[in-house]
Design a binder for this molecule. Structure first.
Ligand code: C2E
Ligand code: MG
Ligand code: MG
Length: 579
């Protein structure tokens, strides 16, 4: 060997000697032929008697399959394993906890083994995993907004934070989609999920465009998904307390634009509950609960609005909770009854036809709370699955009264009986059979029953359409209730198998004072008429309103001007009064 090659050899030895990885040359059965110092450092603690003869033997307690792995490797040379993790029992000496092994078959007789201490690498991997898990635990997977538990954490911080004396308010907005269940029922959960994603997107952008006077600290504004169709906005550092209301109003505006999901263009309305946080530290759970209560108040008032939390709302919420249990009893104990509101024919000469029809409206005589109106309990009945039973009871009672009037009053009896049908009933199978059976039981002529469905998204689903066609096949008339407040528009009226359009009270109320509403009524009447449908103006309270709707060509009217809803007995009296 020359001096040069001597030197190169020495360098190579030094390199192998100092290498921070364990290197070994083995025979195929694991017998160690050569090893560098790092190898003995890593392996010594694993060989209590100091015997470093055979690598597979030393590692057997932790990786029993190595000898077999090598024996099974048929090719003359090649990689047997790489990065094979070997977990060691945690020793008191703080030695490695995980080794990473590579085995290379060099030729028919020899293996090369590379071993490194992978403890730090594994720990780093675990830290990354843990932080991914933690962020997954704080994010809603569907919308990528903060989830409920994260929003409660943030809210807790917000409520506990010391406030500056001026221009440093905070509030929570609780946002819920009105009638979301209908979207799921009509279009399926996937469309429902997509709507959630789009809602989240709009919440994000609304939050970011909050606007802020210069010189003030940036407000914290966080959007979160706190339940199925429930969102929250946490607003901190607001310049004024009523800024929250302005944000809520802007949000309602933005959210009222259509959502495009595949081929569907969906219009949703929302209810928002606001809790201003003035009086210092409060439990985040309580704040969110209060916000949800205020949201429900906004929903009960018709939705598409916000309500600011007030303390008495909490007591009312407790009452509503009790309603569900009471409602089950109410059906059995016969606490539900119907009142009737006349629907009059609007005659060209300004007179009215009193026998045009009546609408049955359900009431509940609650043993403790007294008279409860349908807006308070129909929603509860829909939620808890009692609406079917209630609807049938109402239909049965109304048909019985109607048959009695026909028998007693003959030509002086109302010609049409209108009964409301809840959206939830339209989703129930067997509805047509039950309606048919009740009519038959009372000898109702099919053409004298009108079922009213609220103008709604549900009317666009194919199942619901089938159900409506089934009812039509019974000979029953169908009316679209509260037209103008829901999802359908004049241009889609022809898609619905209805005979009558009832124009919502909100239009009639403004008919005499707003030209815009007058024009809308006129257009509705014209379109309806061109489709062979007739129209009813709902909620006529003044002679002026009656004059306007009559001039616009509405066929019928209903409202306090003619009569409030009254008992069946009072209807007989009302009918006999001189028009
Ligand atoms: P609707 O079917 O549109 O009934 C008309 C509602 O407007 C009735 O309220 C009636 O009292 C009220 N109304 C009528 N004329 C006037 C007026 O001139 N001014 C004002 N301010 N209000 C007027 P009610 O009885 O509280 O019923 C509310 C809603 O509850 C009904 O609206 C209907 O959607 C639902 N409903 C009532 N009975 C039943 C029922 O048996 N089953 C189902 N599913 N829903 C029902
Ligand atoms: Mg109605
Ligand atoms: Mg109505």
């Amino acid at each position: 060997m020359s001096a040069d090659s001597d030197h190169a050899y020495e360098t190579l030895i030094q390199f192998l000697y100092r290498a921070p990885v364990a290197l070994m040359q083995l025979r195929l059965d694991g017998e160690i032929e050569m090893l560098n110092p790092m190898a003995s450092r890593l392996l010594m603690p694993l060989a209590p008697d100091g015997d470093l003869q055979n690598l597979f033997e030393v590692l057997r307690p932790h990786a029993p399959d190595l000898a077999q792995l090598s024996a099974d490797f048929a090719p003359e040379h090649g990689l047997i394993c790489e990065g094979r993790r070997i977990t060691l029992p945690a020793g008191a000496d703080k030695g490695p906890e995980v080794l990473s092994l590579g085995l290379l078959k060099v030729d028919r007789q020899r293996l090369m083994a590379v071993l490194v201490d992978a403890t730090h690498e594994v720990m780093r991997e675990q830290r990354v995993l843990a932080s991914r898990l933690a962020s997954a635990a704080r994010l809603d997977p569907l919308t990528q907004l903060a989830n409920r538990s994260r929003s409660l954490e943030l809210l807790q911080e917000m409520t506990q934070r010391a406030r500056q004396p001026d221009g440093d308010h905070c509030a929570v907005l609780f946002i819920n989609v009105d009638r979301f269940k209908q979207i799921n029922d009509t279009f399926g959960n996937e469309v429902g999920d997509q709507v959630m994603v789009l809602v989240a997107e709009r919440l994000r952008t609304t939050v970011r465009s909050g606007g802020r006077p210069p010189g003030k600290p940036n407000p914290t504004e966080v959007a979160a998904r706190v339940g199925g169709d429930e969102f929250a906005l946490l607003l901190d550092g607001l310049p004024q307390q009523d800024t929250a209301e302005r944000i809520a109003a802007r949000l309602l505006d933005r959210l009222s634009l259509p959502f495009q999901v595949g081929a569907h263009e969906l219009i949703c309305t929302f209810s928002i509950g606001i809790v201003p946080l003035e009086e210092g530290a409060r439990q985040a759970d309580d704040v969110l609960r209060d916000a949800a209560i205020a949201m429900r108040v906004a929903k009960a008032e018709g939705g598409n609005r916000f309500a600011v939390f007030a303390r008495q709302m909490r007591e009312q919420a407790v009452l509503r909770g009790g309603l569900e249990a009471d409602l089950r009893n109410a059906i059995e104990r016969g606490e539900l009854f119907t009142v009737y509101q006349p629907v009059v024919g609007l005659l060209a000469d300004g007179r009215i036809d009193r026998t045009a029809g009546v609408e049955a409206l359900v009431r509940w005589r609650h043993p403790v709370r007294g008279l409860v109106g349908p807006t308070e309990f129909i929603g509860v009945a829909e939620d808890c699955g009692l609406i079917g039973a209630i609807g049938e009871q109402v239909l049965d009672m109304a048909c019985a009264d109607f048959a009695r009037w026909r028998a007693q009053l003959g030509a002086g009896a109302p010609r049409l009986l209108a009964v409301n049908l809840s959206r939830a009933q339209l989703n129930q199978s067997g509805l047509c059979e039950r309606v048919g059976a009740i009519m038959a039981a009372h000898g109702m002529e099919p053409g004298s029953l009108q079922l009213e469905i609220t103008e709604s998204l549900a009317a666009q689903g194919t199942d619901v359409r089938q159900q409506l066609l089934g009812l039509k096949a019974l000979g029953v008339k169908l009316a679209l209730d509260d037209f103008g407040t829901g999802y359908s528009s004049l241009s889609s009226l022809h898609l619905l198998p209805v005979d009558t359009v009832k124009i919502d009270r909100s239009f009639i109320t403004l008919a005499a004072s707003s030209r815009h509403h007058e024009v809308l009524i006129e257009a509705t009447v014209k379109v309806a008429r061109s489709l062979g449908m007739n129209t009813v103006a709902e909620g006529i309270e003044t002679p002026q309103q009656a004059a306007v709707v009559s001039a616009q060509g509405c066929d019928k009217g209903q409202g306090y001007l003619y009569s409030r809803p009254i008992s069946g007995a009072a209807i007989e009296e009302w009918l006999s009064a001189v028009a």
